[in-house]
Write a protein of this length. Structure first.
Length: 257
């Protein structure tokens, strides 16, 4: 096995307990990137970094907060850490947020984990072994014609951009966490998910979840998503994820400059 799923999930349980100690009691601060950071983000990240340094000392680390990057002492394995994905939801007392981890080799995800303490959902995936919510194997929603009950999960600024055609007959939802959106797409809870201005730690866990559940993540302007595109900056283009046929259906309804 690539890593011990049980050990990592135990770590995320502890991380969730730590985050819940702050839930409803935090005052956010602004980062240079104009997004929130809280003491909970920093506490959870510190906990995970300490654990990884003890259990996987040779692996590198790329973490969201404080621009943390540690190079591997041998090989090309890195862990990506998003201590609280959905910080705005966390600050607002909303339930959809969680901690995301991914193990990458040559910047390809080979193990992925996401734990949402409020909803008590735990997702994980291993390359070649499937994606799971708990013990339930995940599969993307089968393709179908778009209709009024179709569901697209989207980033929160979609309403400010003229991207989605008015011909789309279905519903749009923004729940607060990029990794959660990708996990929900992997689990077949929506038809597709739309992402923009995301970083490596936002994408790495959910990318493997999608791949292992029969889905894919593509740039709307063409081409499969590569984590190498996000090593030094945010993703260069809009992304759409889901069943390959549904990705193509939505792609026809999206326009980007």
């Amino acid at each position: 096995m690539i890593v011990s799923v049980a050990d990592v999930m135990n770590l995320l349980n502890v991380a969730g307990i730590t985050a819940m100690e702050y839930f409803g009691f935090v005052t956010p601060r602004w980062k240079d990137s104009m997004s929130y950071v809280t003491d909970a983000d920093l506490a959870v990240q510190h906990l995970i970094v300490e654990w990884l340094n003890h259990h996987y000392p040779d692996d590198g680390i790329i973490a969201e907060e404080e621009d943390l990057r540690k190079e591997p002492s041998t090989g090309s394995r890195y862990w990506s850490i998003d201590p609280i994905d959905g910080t705005a939801a966390f600050v607002g007392g909303l339930p959809i947020w969680g901690t995301g981890l991914a193990l990458m080799e040559d910047y390809e995800p080979i193990a992925a984990f996401f734990s949402a303490p409020v909803t008590r959902d735990q997702y994980w995936a291993l390359k070649g072994e499937g994606a799971y919510r708990g013990e339930q194997r995940l599969s993307v929603r089968p393709p179908s014609s778009l209709h009024r009950e179709s569901v697209l999960l989207s980033y929160s600024k979609l309403h400010r951009q003229n991207i989605l055609s008015s011909k789309y007959p279905g519903k749009v939802r923004s729940l607060g966490s990029t990794i959660a959106h990708l996990c929900y797409a992997a689990a077949g809870n929506c038809d597709a998910t739309l992402l923009t201005r995301v970083s490596l730690w936002d994408v790495a866990p959910g990318l493997l979840m999608l791949r292992e559940s029969g889905g894919e993540l593509w740039y709307v302007n063409g081409g499969q998503v590569s984590l190498k595109d996000m090593l030094t900056c945010r993703a260069p283009a809009l992304m759409i994820g889901g069943h390959p046929e549904m990705v193509r259906s939505f792609d026809a309804l999206l326009s980007v400059d």
